[in-house]
Design a binder for this molecule. Structure first.
Ligand SMILES: Nc1ncnc2c1ncn2[C@@H]1O[C@H](COP(=O)(O)OP(=O)(O)OP(=O)(O)O)[C@@H](O)[C@H]1O
Ligand SMILES: [Mg+2]
Length: 252
């Protein structure tokens, strides 16, 4: 298992004041799906900021709005009320491909491409040369211990293998903000620890901020910041949470 170097560990567990603008700012942001009798308010008047170098565990019961909030912060969903801004990223992420990396909760690999092609595909779109894109793809797979799967197609992969390839795809793109939606949800404890090691080391190297939604207390404990949601509300935030209570029990 990969372990964090002392320097990586210290920089992921301490708050360093940083006068750069916040990467994402949500001001009284709400998001609804459907309408009429089918209306679901997934996120309700959430105000929050992701600072440079942030390390945040986003927790809360299933259906509390974690994925929706991450998608709003990624610019993949438009708020139905309120405002999302990206002052530290130069504007809307869709106008700046590669600045925000999203590890999706569900399957996200392109079925016609093998693992390394999936990982390097966004780099090709961003204009990186074929050779460099492939090399970065292979390197990212190697960091996650799955370079032997480089030629495998998504339908040949387990859920956990596909999940690690999705993490590799984000790291290969070298984003400034990593939004990872239950990136270890299909992994055993050892593989989950490895993914968190690699994710946090890469974030340190990239000087990137990280928000990880999770139900796993062991994963949440790797991140010093804590946000917790319930019924669409962001009920609280803590820049330096204590780690001695289970994730879902951190706050009532
Ligand atoms: N595309 C959609 N269409 C309609 N309703 C949706 C859609 N996506 C999410 N919802 C609803 O929005 C609410 C919040 O869902 P969301 O996926 O954000 O929760 P979550 O906290 O990520 O849950 P989980 O921990 O299970 O992943 C839920 O009630 C869900 O059913
Ligand atoms: Mg979710």
């Amino acid at each position: 298992m990969t372990t964090l170097s002392p320097s990586a560990r210290s920089s992921t567990t301490s708050i360093i004041e940083d006068d750069r603008p916040v990467l994402v700012s949500c001001q009284r942001v709400s998001h609804s799906y459907g309408r009429g009798h089918a209306l679901v308010v997934a996120v309700r008047e959430v105000t929050c900021e992701v600072e440079p170098r942030a390390r945040i565990a986003l927790t809360g019961p299933s259906g509390s709005g974690k994925s929706t909030l991450l998608h709003l912060m990624a610019g993949l969903e438009e708020p139905t009320a309120g405002r999302v801004g990206w002052p530290g990223l130069g504007g809307h992420p869709l106008m700046h491909p590669g600045r925000v990396g999203v590890v999706f909760q569900g399957p996200s690999l392109l079925p016609g491409l093998n693992a390394v092609e999936n990982v390097s595909f966004p780099l090709h779109l961003a204009g990186v040369s074929d050779q460099e894109a492939t090399q970065r793809g292979v390197d990212a797979l190697r960091r996650l211990g799955i370079d032997d799967l480089a030629g495998a197609l998504p339908q040949e992969l387990s859920g956990g293998q596909a999940q690690r390839i999705a993490v590799a795809r984000v790291l290969a793109a070298r984003p400034a903000l990593i939004l990872a939606d239950e990136p270890t949800g299909q992994l055993d404890h050892g593989a989950a620890a490895l993914v968190m090691d690699v994710l946090l080391q890469a974030a340190d190297e990239l000087d990137a901020a990280v928000v990880v939604s999770t139900h796993d207390p062991a994963v949440a404990s790797r991140l010093p910041g804590r946000w917790w949601m319930r019924d669409g509300h962001l009920e609280g935030t803590d820049r330096q949470a204590r780690f001695d209570t289970p994730t879902e029990a951190v706050r009532p």
